[in-house]
Design a protein around this ligand. Structure first.
Ligand SMILES: Cc1cc2nc3c(=O)[nH]c(=O)nc-3n(C[C@H](O)[C@H](O)[C@H](O)COP(=O)(O)OP(=O)(O)OC[C@H]3O[C@@H](n4cnc5c(N)ncnc54)[C@H](O)[C@@H]3O)c2cc1C
Length: 299
């Protein structure tokens, strides 16, 4: 391992960070190096260190939509979950990348701004949600997306506007190695904030998570011809799999895991689904879940 000294006050670069505690699946190996910047300045410094040491960089948020290889992640993993802050002016809400979706929606409603209630209950950060274009109940974050600021690996700052034809359902408009550092949303002013809060809580309750089992978000994106959920059901993949991971019978495009499950088992299930759906229905499933590190039979 390359010895690293951040030289930054208050910022630690951990070596051999166990990613189990940082991913919703609670599986996977170690990150060679791991850091959680709190400011843009910290983030730029980390990119400089990684560049100087020739380390690959992986960016994550709260880890609710990643599958980490059991053999770990080489290079530096940077989580933006610790970068907090939000400003609201008129209809414009600007959030730092680590703000939780929950806090963004609550703050918006507190300021009489509505439009995000349908995606309430999605775990994770605003940057993670923008990166995958999180969606629920027929709404997506892109419905309110105005612009985002992001850093490239050379430390340069860029702004990407949210033109409607630019961001599509569950598609990322960001490339690997682009670190979102703020997200601006344009929301609807409304006096009916009490009703919006009730609506939001109803959507949160709908986000059913079975007790005592790990539960993922949507593993695959919907294709033009069929929803991923219908494809998995039609291919006979929903329910028991013989592994400690299975596609939910209730919401087939999500994976439930049993204690002791490994990332390899989850990945085996994903590859099995891709092959089966291709063979039976002729549909090439596209992953929404981010796969980090290497697996056998990568696909
Ligand atoms: C129980 C459960 C229910 C879920 N329900 C839904 C749902 O209904 N709808 C839905 O869309 N999703 C759902 N998800 C998936 C997940 O919660 C969302 O995709 C969430 O928005 C991911 O945010 P995160 O901060 O955890 O991102 P992570 O999981 O950490 O990362 C996800 C992706 O975002 C990228 N990313 C994160 N931060 C940045 C950044 N600062 N800059 C650039 N890229 C970044 C990562 O590189 C990765 O590709 C669910 C997950 C769980 C566990």
């Amino acid at each position: 391992m390359v010895p690293l000294h951040s030289g930054l006050s208050g910022l630690t670069i951990a070596e051999g960070m166990d990613m189990k505690s940082l991913s919703s699946f609670a599986t996977g190996g170690k990150a060679e190096y791991y850091a959680e910047p709190k400011t843009i300045h910290d983030a730029v410094s980390l990119l400089e260190i990684a560049y100087a040491k020739n380390l690959p960089v992986t960016i994550i948020g709260a880890g609710t939509h990643i599958l980490v290889s059991d053999s770990g992640i080489p290079g530096m993993v940077i989580s933006t979950a610790g970068m907090k802050g939000m400003t609201i002016r008129g209809r414009l809400l600007v959030a730092s990348p680590g703000e939780s979706m929950e806090n963004v929606i609550n703050q918006a409603i507190d300021h009489n701004l509505i439009g995000l209630e349908k995606i309430a209950g999605i775990p994770g950060t605003i940057a993670g949600a923008l990166s995958v274009n999180a969606s629920a109940n027929g709404a997506t974050l892109s419905d309110s997306f105005f612009y985002a600021d992001y850093l490239t690996m050379d430390g340069l700052l860029h702004r990407r506007p949210g033109f409607h034809d630019y961001i599509r359902r569950q598609r990322s408009i960001f490339r690997d190695g682009e670190m979102i550092i703020s997200v601006a949303l344009l929301l609807e002013p409304s006096r009916a904030s009490a009703e919006a809060r009730v609506r939001k809580e109803e959507y949160v309750e709908k986000m059913y998570i079975p007790p005592a089992r790990r539960f993922s978000g949507q593993i695959f994106r919907d294709s033009e011809t069929m929803s991923a959920s219908d494809a998995l059901k039609e291919a006979g993949l929903a329910g028991k799999s013989g592994l400690r991971a299975e596609f939910s019978a209730y919401q087939p495009n999500t994976i439930l895991t049993w204690p002791g499950c490994t990332s390899d088992e989850i990945f085996t299930l994903i590859r099995h689904a891709e092959k089966t759906v291709k063979d039976k229905l002729g549909i090439a499933l596209e992953r929404s879940l981010t796969i980090l590190g290497s697996f056998r039979d990568q696909g």
